[in-house]
Design a protein around this ligand. Structure first.
Ligand code: DGL
Length: 263
């Protein structure tokens, strides 16, 4: 079982920002990745819809032999992780949430901005996260509709992407934010652009590396770490396979063939 692959999924290419952290930390692991690009963005969908898609994708990945699941998507985690854990109580399942705890500990101005999808920011899980970790700081949330679509299209530095980001980030800076949480797995791909728009002193926080560490410790606890050699990465998309293939080099991922997701 320890040689079995790890299944990772997201609404699209965003979770590849998490996959690259997993690959760096756990190079002996074989990886399966599903981009639900036919239904992106999740951020504007209902929790019921996202739960239904997450269930189907989880079944598909388990059918491909996955020994663990990573929901490389904040929006899907908020909507579906509890349901998946209930369905598969024995399976290691790693979800992700905006890095409110580390940001609240790190801020010096006491003001933290959260960039995330509408779905994540509206979720009960996010409200609980704020209650738990952000009582001593001011948190300003900023949904970013349209940003995921730009990233899916590989428009990481396009004028439109810059314009959208500027419109969201400038007010946060005016409010005194010194820490910005990238609360969606797509956003680490526009970190270079964001860096151009905010002063050096502003911290940009995401959780990809922490998720890879957490996955490592779950696998260790259960004796599920692979000892290599890894079988590499298999990728599936429920949307336009050719378009996803074309975007991969921009996301710093060496070419792997994208297959059509049958669910
Ligand atoms: N990448 C996802 C997240 O972390 C969702 C993006 C979307 O499809 O709206 O929230």
């Amino acid at each position: 079982m320890s040689q079995a692959p790890i299944g990772v999924f997201d609404s699209g290419v965003g979770g590849l920002s998490v996959l690259r952290e997993i690959r760096a930390r756990l190079p002996d692991e074989s990886l399966l990745y599903v981009a639900d690009s036919g239904h992106v963005p999740y951020g504007e969908k209902t929790p019921e819809f996202i739960r239904e898609r997450s269930q189907r994708i989880a079944e598909f990945l388990l059918g491909e032999g996955a020994k663990a699941l990573v929901l490389a998507c904040n929006t899907a985690t908020a909507a579906a992780v509890a349901d998946l854990r209930e369905r598969y109580p024995e399976l290691p399942i790693v979800g992700m949430e905006p890095a409110v705890k580390p940001a609240a500990a790190a801020t010096r101005s006491g003001v933290v901005g959260v960039l995330a999808t509408t779905g994540t920011l509206k979720s009960a899980k996010f409200a609980a996260l704020l209650d738990r970790f952000a009582s001593d700081v001011r948190v300003i949330t900023q949904p970013c509709p349209g940003l995921v679509e730009q990233i899916e299209a590989g428009e990481l530095e396009a004028p439109r992407t810059r314009e959208l980001l500027r419109g969201w980030v400038e007010p946060l800076l005016e409010e005194g934010c010194d820490t910005l949480i990238l609360g969606c797995t797509h956003y680490p791909f526009i970190k270079p652009l964001l860096r151009e728009l905010v002063p050096e002193s502003i911290s940009l926080v995401d959780t990809g590396a922490a998720v890879a560490r957490h996955l490592q410790s779950l696998l260790d606890q259960r004796g599920l770490r692979a000892s290599g050699p890894a079988q590499g990465i298999r990728l599936w998309s429920s949307g336009d396979v050719v378009a996803m293939q074309a975007v991969l080099p921009k996301l710093l991922l060496e070419l792997a063939a994208v297959e059509a997701l049958p669910v």
